[in-house]
Each structure stands twice: as structure tokens, then as C-alpha cells.
Ligand binder design. Structure first.
Ligand SMILES: C[S@@+](CC[C@H](N)C(=O)[O-])C[C@H]1O[C@@H](n2cnc3c(N)ncnc32)[C@H](O)[C@@H]1O
Length: 227
């Protein structure tokens, strides 16, 4: 489905005092491709804006990101990167679904934002994205929902995050987030957690989202975090 498709809907995403009006497919279920699921257990979760994304947008809206570089992982429609761009960052949204990247680019253009978007699978990141780093801030919303995600992100995030950078991941208290959070701390990453209320519609994950904030260990270069 293309963003110009009349079946697409508009959604107002709160970002602090701002509202991002984004266009997205009406329902992720309609986009399920049985072949993709059989190959890789891939499901089109990108087509929704999840409660954690709204919390992440609120956090970023409260930051001055002028001149900072920001990469969003599993960005879906890219609302985190869009908010970062609104706050002055040079932002890139990434997702393994080309359709998500198409919607991100369309929405950023529609909002007049200079945000960029690229296809990236965490397990096989393109050199073009790695070479654009390291990034000042690595962000993600609801990306730790399966054990395999934490394994891939533990290997990837240290390669993306600048030694003086920060990682901000909003997570709706998914059980599979725990091994990732534990492993990052075990490997010496600084850690803080903020428990924040979800603005707007609440789903079965409840009214509170954990915002995990990590800073790299004090070394010259980051090493992969093994789970
Ligand atoms: C639950 S959705 C969250 C989307 C968006 N961040 C939000 O909160 O609205 C998880 C996202 O991670 C992406 N994703 C899952 N596995 C991935 C992988 N291996 N590489 C890149 N993106 C991935 C999905 O396509 C999807 O967009």
C-alpha cells in the first residue's frame, strides 16, 4: 500500500506540546504476507504507531537536539526520528520493511522535515548506515518484543553509538526486554530507567512504558554486547 492510497488513514501522534499528523495503512493485519512470515517470522508491525512511540516522542520533544545526530531502529513510520528532526537533530529512521521506509520518507516530506530513512535489518546492517555513524543518540520504541531482537540489538547498538553518545529505548515492559537490559549493564553500560505514562490510547500492555537510557562504557570503542 502506498501513502497516497485512499484507504490509508491519518493519525495524530502527540510529541510533547506538538502533534505529528502522520499517514499510515489502516491495519497492520491487512498487510500480513504468509511467505514473509514463513521465511523469517516477519510481521508488519511497522504499520502502527505503538504506545511506546508516543512516549518516545514525548521524551525527545523535551530535549534540545540541535546539531545532534540521531538514528532510530525499527522506526516503523519513523515518528521518533521525526520528533528528533523537529528538535533540531539530523535524524535517520530505519526499518527492515521497505514499505515502512517509504511511509517514513513520505510523512517526513509531508511535514516539511529534512529527516532521512533507510532500510536496515539489525542482523545485517548496510555499510552505508554504519559509515554514517557513530551516532550521538540511538533511539527505538517497542523493539525488544522478541528474544531474537535483543540478541541482534546487543550486537548492533555498540557499533552505532558514539563513545560519548546515548541510547534511548521506550519499551512497554515486554518480558523479552529484560535479557537485553541486563546484558547491557553487565557489559558496563551506564543505565537509568524512567517509568512514563502513555499519552492517549492505552493497549493491553498497560498505561506505563519503561524508557531505558544507556551510556557507553568509558572505553575508546564500544564492543558488542552478547546476550
Ligand atoms: C512493534 S513495532 C514498533 C514500530 C515503531 N517503533 C513504533 O513504536 O510505533 C517494531 C518495529 O521493529 C521493526 N523490526 C523488527 N525486527 C527488525 C529487524 N530485525 N531489523 C529492523 N527492524 C526490525 C519492525 O518492522 C517494526 O517496525
Amino acid at each position: 500500500m502506498h501513502p497516497d492510497d485512499p484507504r490509508c488513514i491519518w493519525e495524530d501522534v502527540p510529541a510533547g506540546d506538538l502533534i505529528l499528523r502522520v499517514r499510515r495503512p489502516p491495519a497492520a493485519e491487512d498487510l500480513i504476507d504468509e511467505r514473509e512470515f514463513a521465511d523469517d517470522e516477519r510481521l508488519p508491525y511497522w504499520a502502527e504507531v505503538w504506545p511506546s512511540a508516543r512516549v518516545l516522542c514525548g521524551v525527545l520533544a523535551g530535549m534540545d537536539l540541535t546539531g545532534r545526530t540521531v538514528i532510530e531502529l525499527g522506526g516503523g513510520i519513523g515518528t521518533g526520528a521525526m520528533t528528533a528532526a523537529l528538535r533540531g537533530a539530523r535524524a535517520l529512521s530505519t526499518d527492515w520493511y521497505p514499505a515502512a521506509v517509504e511511509f517514513s520518507r513520505w510523512n517526513a516530506r509531508n511535514l516539511g522535515l529534512g529527516m532521512d530513512a533507510e532500510v536496515m535489518d539489525w542482523r545485517d546492517p548496510p555499510e552505508s548506515v554504519i559509515h554514517r555513524g557513530p551516532w550521538d543518540i540511538v533511539i527505538g520504541a517497542d523493539i525488544l518484543y522478541e528474544a531474537r531482537n535483543g540478541v541482534a540489538l546487543g550486537a548492533l547498538i555498540p557499533a552505532l553509538c558514539a563513545p560519548s553518545g546515548e541510547v534511548i529505548i521506550a519499551d512497554p515492559r515486554r518480558p523479552d526486554s529484560r535479557p537485553f537490559v541486563d546484558a547491557m549493564q553487565r557489559c558496563g553500560w551506564g543505565y537509568r530507567r524512567d517509568d512514563l505514562p502513555v499519552p492517549g490510547r492505552i493497549d493491553e500492555t498497560g498505561p506505563i512504558v519503561h524508557v531505558h537510557r544507556f551510556t557507553p562504557p568509558r572505553t575508546d570503542h564500544n564492543v558488542p554486547v552478547l546476550l
